[in-house]
Design a protein around this ligand. Sequence first.
Ligand SMILES: Nc1ncnc2c1ncn2[C@@H]1O[C@H](COP(=O)(O)OP(=O)(O)O)[C@@H](O)[C@H]1O
Ligand SMILES: [Mg+2]
Length: 454
Amino acid sequence: MRIPFPVQIGLSAVAGVVSFVIARAVGEFAVGHIHAIPFALVVLAVVLLVARAAGILFALPVGTAAILAYDWFFLPPFRDLNEAAFTLLGTFLGMAVIVGAVTTETSRRAVEAERARGDMAEVQASLRRLALLIAQGEAPQRVFEAATREVRRHLGSDTAALIRYELDGSATELACDGSNTAAVPPGLIARVRETAHASRLDATAVGVPIVVNGRLWGMFAVGSAVGGLPGDTETRTSDYTELVATAVADAQSRAELISSRARIVAAADEARRRIERDLHDGAQQRLVALALRLRTAAHDGEKSEEVAEIGGDLMTVIEELRELSRGIHPAVLSDNGLRPALRALARRSPLPVEVDVELEHRLPQPVEVGAYYVVSEVLTNAVKHAGAEVVDVWARVQNGSLRIRVHDDGAGGANFSGGTGLLGLKDRIEALGGSFDVSSPAGAGTTVTCRIPL
Ligand SMILES: Nc1ncnc2c1ncn2[C@@H]1O[C@H](COP(=O)(O)OP(=O)(O)O)[C@@H](O)[C@H]1O
Ligand SMILES: [Mg+2]
């Protein structure tokens, strides 16, 4: 327990008086038996002990009083305790207490300032660690856990928890750290939600709101089992709420971006399918009918040979059209899956293509379509731009993702700015939450790597 400072000052004056009385008694008893110098050393040793044990506030009056008593009652000429002596003793003691108090107060301030400086440096370091996590695009849950840990460490509280307010009025605990992980009091959660201000539930729990883009998003709850959360807990916690808000806002805009990209890609796929259907139902059918009519016409008439020839050409056009519409949305992909579709692509390519694809199961449709377009475009590029001799296609499912690598041994120099093909693939794959990279040093071929989470 800490004794209040004014009481300590009073006690130090009392200690001075008591030590005067003791020194006087000992001095009167010892005079004539002990030499002055050893006795003086004993007095100094006692003062030194008091200084170590109780500090300067006590050592100064004790020392002053003891030395006065030593001087007055041990060394001749001896003094009487008359009014003048009392005044002198009182003045000395008063001065000793004042100097002791001022010195103690000053040194305490210095220690506090030093501690505050250390504290601030520690906060800065911990905020920097969190900011780094956010900047590295770390998953929000990881940021939440780290922030909760840092809050608890910073405040030295028993527990810290991060709560998110849901739209349906409930609250979810996203992260919790501490020795005593008791549930956050519902009353505190409700009060912060109502007021959107920091709130305190007696001395054992404090809640601080987290506001994201002007909307109350959640709160930090800090708890202490024995009570005694300091008065500045709210402000010290708010250093962290802003960082969490930044992380949340970041994650939200990233998620929105991904879903809008996904919508764009899905819309484009849908448009392609419509074109395919229209081609199949409309133009293709009419061409077929036209070809049949020509064939019939070829049986009679003078120019029958020429007509038959035109009919033959027409059949080739129909065949090409069919191929074209398959290219737009390959039937083999939806019917048989990715591996047969990739093998079909490889067969159709004018370049030799080594296919090393092992897939045990069918994959979700957007993944199969995405992968198909990657290989299709990259093979086309290898023919169109690379001057390659051979292309390798490799694909596996690893760690919950489809991984694809396509390598050609051509000229290299592929880039995203030269056309729309590679850029479109990057958009498509990233819309699926994956990654798409091109490595294409001049003269060393082109390697496209792609990862699509399943
Ligand atoms: N395999 C490759 N080898 C060499 N250069 C390539 C290769 N693939 C692409 N490129 C270069 O990168 C550019 C961008 O490719 P892409 O986005 O597919 O556009 P496009 O094929 O429509 O020109 C191409 O114009 C070409 O110059
Ligand atoms: Mg291309």
